[in-house]
Design a protein around this ligand. Structure first.
Ligand code: PLP
Length: 388
């Protein structure tokens, strides 16, 4: 098809030309004396993305799912108990990963479309009087339902319970797009991947660890090899990596950090907030509802939209893809066929998103959803127009 394809799924997100150019390089010796300066350029700036000033950040050739494993095996002893709210497919998969690794996970079930409930976490921690629970697993932004949790509330609940568990936060679809306050929220391990807010291809996993988490690494008895942070720390301190780094992606990350930090993380978060407001105004104008059950928990990096009874969301997605050259996110697991998702994170601005909303409108109407063409786009433009 002529023209530009609209990749409007909530990750991978479009890779800006600037980052594509930065990655287009010859390979080089990752053991050379010149390499540490490059490693340090990345590792010294990466923590700024999540407002981390203490502890350490790590980059692996891997994806976000791998970082769930990396975080756990370095800090939680074999078979230990963990606590996790489940409110969507990614919180489910985080729990499954922990269980597959032999941990016992106490699951707090919340309805899909709801966020993690800090009061439920507090009650579960209060009941654990002997402090058996070693970690709380929290997905900050549930990409399956378009819901963002309040991490500060969860931290406050843990503190009220006086519980020493580590706080593990999955920031795969929030870090580098939504506000993420690693220090202020008392996060112990945050994880993400390169293909969302960082606007890169998939292939880099990132792990941010607090001093409290790092203090557990040496004494943790869980077997690990590739993800061993002890080897990573020794190498990183000298400016190297234990295995061959994903060089092209690292060059992309170096440039992505320049883009993000030049814009300023507060501005990045504000841009995503503004774009999300327009998309939500469009959904309202179409007469549809979001999967997120309350406006306060609606995500600023993607919107999951519920289709009316009798319509299969997969039809909307297929029409959008084949007729209008736009890729939308599908509904996962429990909400398959019931929702479609619009990603609005990464290299995105109001005009890009206006084009995407136009494509969604045509696909919705073609699929039999009785919307008025232009209604959502108009509502979004009213939201985005800059009035002097
Ligand atoms: N966690 C969340 C919230 C996600 O959205 C995803 C992927 O979309 C993952 C984890 C898994 O990450 P990856 O696909 O990079 O392994």
């Amino acid at each position: 098809m002529a023209g530009r394809h609209f990749l409007q799924i909530p990750g991978p997100t479009p890779v800006p030309d600037r980052l594509q150019r930065a990655m287009h390089r010859q390979m080089e010796d990752h053991r050379s004396s010149a390499f540490p300066a490059f490693t340090r350029s990345i590792l010294s700036r990466l923590p700024q993305v999540v407002h981390q000033t203490k502890g350490e950040a790590f980059v692996f050739p891997a994806t976000g799912s791998a970082m769930w494993e990396a975080a756990l095996v370095n800090t939680v002893n074999p078979g230990a108990r963990l606590l996790a709210p489940r409110f969507g497919q990614f919180s489910h998969l985080f729990i499954q990963t922990a269980r597959n690794l032999g941990y016992q996970v106490d699951v707090l079930e919340e309805p899909w479309g709801e966020a993690a409930n800090a009061a439920h976490i507090e009650a579960a921690l209060m009941a654990d009087t002997t402090h058996q629970i070693q970690g709380v697993l929290l997905v900050h932004n549930e990409t399956a339902t378009g819901v963002t949790c309040n991490v500060a509330d969860v931290r406050a609940a843990m503190d009220r319970a006086g519980h020493p568990a580590l706080l593990f936060v999955d920031g795969v679809s929030s870090i580098a797009s939504l506000d993420f306050q690693f220090d202020a929220w008392g996060v112990d391990c945050a994880i993400t991947g390169s293909q969302k807010g960082f606007m890169l291809p998939a292939g880099l996993g990132m792990l941010f660890a607090s001093e409290k988490a790092l203090a557990r690494v040496d004494s943790c008895t869980t077997p690990r090899a590739y993800f061993d942070l002890r080897a990573m720390r020794t190498n990183n301190a000298q400016g190297y990596f234990p295995s061959t780094p994903a060089l092209s992606l690292l060059y992309g990350l170096d440039e992505a950090l320049t883009m993000l930090l030049d814009e300023g993380m507060d501005n990045v978060a504000a841009r995503h907030k503004r774009l999300a407001r327009g998309v939500r105004a469009a959904v309202k104008a179409w007469g549809l509802r979001e999967c997120a059950k309350r406006p306060e928990i609606a995500s600023d990096s993607l919107t999951a939209i519920v289709v009316p009874e009798g319509i299969d969301a997969r039809t909307v997605i297929e029409i959008a893809f084949t007729r209008y050259d736009i890729a939308l996110g599908s509904g996962l697991s429990e909400v398959a066929g019931k929702v479609f998702r619009i990603g609005h994170l990464g290299d995105m601005n109001a005009l890009t998103l206006a084009g995407a909303l136009a494509g969604v409108e045509m696909a919705l109407l073609d699929a039999g959803v009785p919307i008025t063409l232009g209604s959502g786009v108009g509502a979004a433009l009213a939201e985005w127009r800059v009035q002097a």
